[in-house]
Design a protein around this ligand. Structure first.
Ligand code: C5P
Length: 288
């Protein structure tokens, strides 16, 4: 059914493996199930009406928080480093130092520009960030069935949460692991909490104490659905002990021609340019 609906934009390397995994998730039932998802370009849309949608960092970086010159500097950074992030000819190891440089430089500029906590709300309102179609429904299905949803993002936690507040809601089953901003008593940005999370270190090494306890609390949930758009997202479940079944759904939005074979190899199901959460929702409806 999904194949018909998605019109050739759904790719599965091994139908048998995927069928078995789905059957395991259904048999395991709702009490054994958890979801781990990336945010930017996975829960949020990569583009809308031919225009690229912004990321959590982008929401701030292109907002009135920064003067024109700083916005230009940040845009130039993004142009240079995003090309590296999605470069099909480089290995993840080769990309990592560049990603650290990108995130650290952008964060330093934010701190130097004295970003205010109160600016986040306006920046989100004025941005073109959009959650994927039926993302809200996905949050609801999971929450109604008390299925934990970990949003593991290399974006900015405070911005991501504001997007959820404005575009959907922040439900009790949701836990966010991301880069949390640190503000002084006047609400001015002075740094970021803990270790930097960038797009290629989203594994157990990036988990904070609170994430450790989160996994400890749900350690009886051995079945996972992992949602992501980057090869780095494949490691988001590395911190989960005793995994029984992990079904990986990859959303491919960029350099499709070059990256598709690699994505088909690494992910159980690949969805090309999918602006919806439909495939995940069909699966979740079957499990719950
Ligand atoms: O939620 P997710 O882990 O996908 O968020 C990380 C994304 O944020 C990266 O894919 C990267 O392209 C983007 N980014 C950005 N501007 C920065 C740093 C990262 O748009 N300064």
């Amino acid at each position: 059914k999904m194949r018909e609906e998605k019109g050739g934009k759904i790719f599965i390397k091994d139908e048998d493996v995927v069928s078995k995994k789905i059957q395991n998730l259904i048999d395991g039932g709702v009490d054994s199930f958890q979801v781990i998802s990336d945010f930017d370009r996975t829960l949020s849309r990569a583009s809308y009406n031919g225009e690229k949608c912004t990321t959590c960092h982008g929401i701030l970086e292109s907002s009135i928080v920064f003067n024109e010159e700083t916005q230009k500097d940040l845009a130039a950074l993004k142009k240079r480093f995003y090309a590296i992030e999605i470069d099909p000819t480089m290995t993840i190891e080769e990309k990592c130092p560049y990603m650290v440089e990108w995130w650290e430089t952008a964060h330093k500029i934010m701190i130097k520009s004295k970003v205010k906590r109160t600016s986040i709300q306006q920046a989100v309102t004025e941005s073109n960030v959009i959650l994927k179609d039926n993302c809200k429904e996905m949050f609801q299905i999971l929450n109604q069935n008390s299925v934990p949803l970990l949003i593991f993002s290399a974006g900015i936690a405070d911005v991501l949460m504001e997007v959820l507040y404005q575009k959907s809601s922040f439900l009790p089953n949701i836990k966010v692991v991301s880069n949390f901003m640190k503000f002084d008593e006047n609400g001015v940005l002075v740094g970021f909490e803990g270790e930097l999370i960038h797009v290629y270190n989203k594994n157990e090494g990036a988990l904070t104490d609170s994430a450790y306890w989160y996994f400890e609390d749900i350690k009886h949930r051995h079945n996972i659905c992992l949602l992501g758009d980057s090869m780095g997202d494949l490691h988001m479940a590395d911190g989960v002990p005793d995994v029984n079944t992990c079904l990986k759904i990859g959303y491919l939005n960029e350099k499709v021609e070059h990256l598709l074979p690699r994505y088909i190899d690494a992910w159980d199901i690949v969805l090309v340019d999918d602006p919806t959460m439909d495939v995940a929702n069909v699966l979740f409806a079957a499990i719950t």
